[in-house]
Structure formats: C-alpha cells, structure tokens
Design a protein around this ligand. Structure first.
Ligand SMILES: [Zn+2]
Ligand SMILES: [Zn+2]
Length: 147
C-alpha cells in the first residue's frame, strides 16, 4: 500500500469536529517518539499526510503553536488531537491523527523517528523505516527537536 484515492471521513471523540479527505494521500502513519510528541500524545505520536487541497475541516478547532513553525490542533470541545502542521510552509499540508478515521485500523506503519527515545511501553515492531534522534536531526536541522 502506498497511496489511495477516494475520500475518507473522520471525526473527533465528541463528533463536533469532522475531517474529510478527498483525493490522493498516503495513508500509512509515521510515528514520532520525541519528547514534545510524547507529551502531546501521551505515548506515541502517529500521523499521516494529506495535502491542503484534499482536507476539509468542520467544527470547533483550537490551534496551539508548539514552536515558531509548527501548529498542533485539537477539538475545542473534547480535546481530541487532530493534526500537526508546518505553518511556515504554505503548501505543507496536514499531518493528521489516524485514530480519527475508522479505516485507519488496517493501515500499516510507514516509518518511525526518534526510535531510540521510545518509551519501553511503546516499542514498535516490524520492518518499517526507523531513524534515531541523531539520524533524524542530522537530516532535518529545522525541526521541533527533542526538548
Ligand atoms: Zn470533539
Ligand atoms: Zn515528535
């Protein structure tokens, strides 16, 4: 599985926020174990990518600027995490939380970053791509970081 076409609908826990994706996107989630993502997610952060044009959002959304260039969004009513976005790059698209979408149940993991920082309770098995903190930060100098 790499990219799928069609549309997908997802929602937050309370149902106030609906997210719809139209068109092509890669549904395989990536995992991040950096300290920011651990705090925000409570364990392991998972997201998959969709373009700006593909995503429609309805409902009450609160945006938190986690750094100067990243926003993390959640439902204002129930607090469900919705997405993370690079706000400096206009065409960055959305990194969406797979748990909003029922179909995500069958999507395999694409990759894992900060793998060496994973909590003992969430070590991910399998043959997906993995990068340690040092490997990832060497390739991406402009990231949120492991603060
Ligand atoms: Zn909600
Ligand atoms: Zn992270």
């Amino acid at each position: 599985m790499s990219e799928i076409a069609g549309y997908l609908e997802g929602r937050c826990l309370c149902g106030a926020v609906k997210v719809r994706i139209d068109g092509l996107h890669d549904p395989r989630p990536g995992a991040c174990h950096c300290r920011m993502c651990q705090r925000w997610s409570g364990g392991v952060f998972l997201c998959f990518h969709a373009t700006d044009e593909a995503v429609t959002v309805e409902g009450p959304v609160t945006r938190f600027a986690s750094t100067a260039f990243a926003e993390r969004a959640f439902c204002t009513t129930c607090g469900s995490h919705l997405w993370m976005r690079d706000v400096e790059n206009e065409a960055s698209g959305y990194d969406l939380m797979p748990g909003l979408f029922d179909k995500a149940h069958d999507w395999p993991l694409r990759s894992e970053i900060y793998a060496d920082r994973a909590m003992a309770s969430v070590r991910l098995e399998g043959n997906h791509r993995r990068a340690t903190r040092a490997e990832y930060e060497a390739k991406h100098p402009h990231i949120e970081g492991d603060v």
